[in-house]
Every structure is written in structure tokens, then in C-alpha cells.
Ligand binder design. Structure first.
Ligand SMILES: Nc1ncnc2c1ncn2[C@@H]1O[C@H](COP(=O)(O)OP(=O)(O)OP(=O)(O)O)[C@@H](O)[C@H]1O
Ligand SMILES: [Mg+2]
Length: 254
């Protein structure tokens, strides 16, 4: 589904990624871990077309993504969430999902040409879809609540629901468990598993919470200062001395 090859990018004199490569199979949950500043979010920013690498390739189901602008990458079926939760705080949970859905629907001019009736039907269909999606995330009771007033755990779930509204095949989650307590993290793990098992999605997750990483990932790649230092099953990674060194050496609490 996703192939990243020989990716390099620097900021000023800093090599944020150096010759990074990995590939993710369809319906796989693939984790990217590593100390702060290792380059994990940068990988997502390159895949989604926000950053241009100086070298390398990113291929989604056979198509080169690096030739595309960010919105075109989204249209190819790549959705993401951000490390700093970014729901539209003044909008209801339902409207947040609708915004994600509309990015996917026909362009305004074409919609207008369809006539009011068709647009209304499409709108009603979008609302039904959004409510179903909210229910899948246990958010049906807060559908009409202003998103900014929701607890962080629900905001993070809502952000994933909004990402899914566009009907992606690849989902990139940047620290979905950041700031969550253990119960919220457990619920989230269950949700992510279901995205793969029931919706057939391919998922790349960046996360510091090792319980989540070890609990849901099929494979894990470890980055340190822009380079991949290890890759394997959660069990292999947990037993890898280089990985332990990278974390302890950096003073990370993970
Ligand atoms: N737009 C940018 N301009 C300058 N430097 C950047 C930019 N984006 C990332 N960097 C630098 O690249 C390095 C990797 O950053 P990145 O955000 O990818 O790390 P990360 O692995 O996601 O870390 P964390 O776990 O703290 O989120 C860091 O040193 C960061 O300061
Ligand atoms: Mg990051």
C-alpha cells in the first residue's frame, strides 16, 4: 500500500530524515517510534505533501505521491491526524465530521449545477453518514456539542472520525494517545484495531505510548536522528539493545 524509499530532508543544517525507507502492506498497522525530534512527524508531513524531500520516493498503491500537492494526496485516499489535536473547536462534533466529508464531495460549482434538490439529498446523505461515523466512535451523544468543550480523549477520537470521513485507504495517526489516560488509551487501541479489521484500512501510527505500540502494531520501525535504526515485530523491537540505547541515551521517558 505504501512504499517509502531513500527519503532525505534537511532544515538548515539539520538532517531531519536521512535515507529513510520502509513499506507498509495493505491492512497492516505499522508503528513509527523514536525519541523526540527523531523525524516521525516529518515523515507524515512528507507523505502528505506538506514538506518536499531533497531525495527519495513515496509511492501509494503504485502511484508516486511526491509529484502531487497536498489536497491531491488527500484525494488519493490518504488521511491524517495531527500531533496537536486540531478539531474545529467552535463547531459541533457532527459539523467537524461534515467538514471532513465535504472535502471529499463534489466541488461547489458542480454541486450548484446539480440543482437544489440534488444538493439537499447529498447533504442529508452526508449527515446520515456523519452520524453513523460518530456512533462508531462512541460520539453519538455529543454529536451536537461544541467540540472545544469535549474532554481531550473525545477530541482525539473526533479527529480520527473526521479523518475517516473522506473515505481514506491509508490513515496516518500522529500520537493519537498523547495526553490520554490508560482507560482512554485502551478504548483508542480497540478503535484502531477495528479500523483495520472491519474497515480494511492501512494504518501508520506515530506514538510514544509503548503499551499502544506493542499492543496493536503488526510491525514497528524505530527512528533516531532521522535514520531507521531497527524494524521488526513488537516483540523483536522490545528485545533490541540498539533501540533501548536510543531511548535511554536521549533521556526520553518512553
Ligand atoms: N518546519 C521545520 N523547520 C525546521 N525544523 C523542523 C521543521 N520540522 C521539523 N523540524 C526539525 O526536524 C527534526 C524532526 O522533527 P519531527 O517533528 O519530525 O520529530 P518527531 O520525531 O515527530 O518528534 P516528537 O516525538 O517530539 O514529536 C526536529 O529537530 C525538528 O526541530
Ligand atoms: Mg512529532
Amino acid at each position: 500500500m505504501l512504499e517509502v524509499d531513500d527519503l532525505s530532508i534537511s532544515f538548515g543544517g539539520l538532517d531531519a530524515l536521512s535515507g529513510l525507507g520502509f513499506s507498509v502492506a495493505e491492512r497492516e498497522i505499522f508503528a513509527l517510534i523514536g525519541p523526540n525530534g527523531a523525524g516521525k512527524s516529518t515523515v507524515f508531513n512528507v507523505i502528505t505533501g506538506l514538506y518536499r524531500p531533497s531525495r527519495g520516493r513515496v509511492v501509494l498503491a503504485g502511484e508516486d505521491l511526491l509529484a502531487l500537492a497536498s489536497h491531491q494526496v488527500a484525494r488519493r485516499g490518504v488521511a491524517r491526524t495531527f500531533q496537536n489535536t486540531e478539531v474545529f473547536r467552535r463547531l459541533s462534533a457532527l459539523d467537524n465530521v461534515l467538514v471532513g466529508r465535504h472535502a471529499h464531495l463534489r466541488a461547489g460549482a458542480i454541486r450548484a449545477a446539480l440543482g437544489l434538490g440534488a444538493v439537499r439529498r447529498e447533504e442529508a446523505e452526508a449527515r446520515r453518514f456523519a452520524r453513523t461515523l460518530l456512533a462508531r466512535f462512541g460520539l453519538e451523544d455529543v454529536a451536537d456539542t461544541e467540540s472545544g468543550s469535549l474532554p481531550l480523549g473525545l477530541q482525539k477520537r473526533l479527529e480520527i472520525a473526521r479523518a475517516l470521513a473522506s473515505g481514506p485507504r491509508l490513515v496516518l495517526l500522529d500520537e493519537p494517545a498523547g495526553g490520554l489516560n490508560q482507560t482512554e488509551t485502551q478504548t483508542l487501541m480497540e478503535i484502531i484495531r477495528r479500523l483495520r479489521d472491519e474497515s480494511g484500512l492501512t494504518i501508520v501510527v506515530v506514538e510514544h505510548d509503548m503499551e499502544l505500540v506493542m499492543g496493536i502494531s503488526d510491525r514497528v520501525a524505530v527512528l533516531d536522528r532521522g535514520r531507521k535504526i531497527a524494524e521488526g515485530t513488537p516483540r523483536e523491537i522490545a528485545a533490541d539493545a540498539t533501540v533501548v540505547e536510543a531511548y535511554l541515551g536521549s533521556g526520553s521517558d518512553a
